[in-house]
Ligand binder design. Sequence first.
Ligand code: ADP
Ligand code: MG
Length: 381
Amino acid sequence: MNSKIIACFSQLFAADPLVVFAPGRINLIGEHTDYQEGFVFPAAVKQGIWAGITKNELGLCRLYSLDFDQEFSFELDSMSPKKGHWATYVMGICTLFKQAGYRIKEFDLVIGGNLPLGAGLSSSAALSVAVGLGISEAFDLHIPKKDLARYAQKAEQLFAGVNCGIMDPYSSVFGQEGKAMLLDCRSQSHDYLPVKLGEYKLVLVHSKVSHSLAASAYNQRRSACEESVSLLQTTYPELLSLRDLSLTDLPKVKYLLPAGLFPKAKHVISECSRVLEAAKALSRNDLVHLGQLLKASHQSLSQDFEVSCVELDFLAQEVIGMEGVLGARMMGGGFGGCLLGLVKESAWVSIQEKITAAYQKKYLLTPDFIEVAPGGGAQKI
Ligand code: ADP
Ligand code: MG
């Protein structure tokens, strides 16, 4: 991809660019916990977005997306980032950098990647981080890593209209080869844990569906959690977010919350506990327990948090029942996207054949399979 970006850049802009890479991410466990300041357990992957960039003196930023085969240009003084266009992430980052007082000038940019879009691997965060790092490098801004993650998060929130947490850009920035990150979304700090899977590996089964309620449901779930927090604060005055509660609080929480809100709160509270359990299981190489936690996470996301869909539930049920599978769960915001599985390498080919046959029969859809392994974070190539 690096050479493809360079070749394209030279053809379009007759220059040799500086190239940066920012990875997508998986999340082992800890879904819908980040915006309640909870724990998540992501890892950067080897797939991501590459961006080639040079300064220009044209008074105009010229962009090209290899994957969309589309050009776009804008002036730094009159940007209008709109939802739904890839250039929005670029203009969003530029707007935020300018507001923060960074002196940026016009540039040429080519982007391309090998992440599936909208599959839950956070191609959007990878794009924002790649653009942010590219601009920081091209203009010698030395933007600190954590700030890069925060600008990328803000770009999505303010300009792409997704009220996302810090996990996605953070993982893209801080990923390390062979390691997952136990990230505390309150302190925004992390510990690296080696991912040693022996004869097992992490795989994604892409359902090929993305139901349109994803964005609105995401915002509704966020609000439901916030409502629970404010209701619980009368009894727990110190409570700042659901992350402050533990499994032993659940009976009391059940009593205090309306029936519609309790399962949502229960998911966040139990999922935070599963994340910490999973980190312990991985540290002692207990992959069987890790697999059980993945299954419990799916169950909770589907039944309590209600962010799964029939296709993902079907895939999860099929995959979990197969020989050589330790566990699986839906990954990402929900309503489509991918299932993350922990599977035995030797069984992987036959698992793919069986899932494909079953999914085609049931939904007339062919799933995609993506192998993932923890990779390094955003960097200049
Ligand atoms: P996810 O982050 O789960 O992959 P999103 O819907 O949040 O899905 O982000 C996908 C959007 O990010 C795309 O519609 C596009 O605007 C932008 N994007 C992602 N990857 C690329 C790419 N390789 N080239 C251009 N734009 C991209
Ligand atoms: Mg995204």
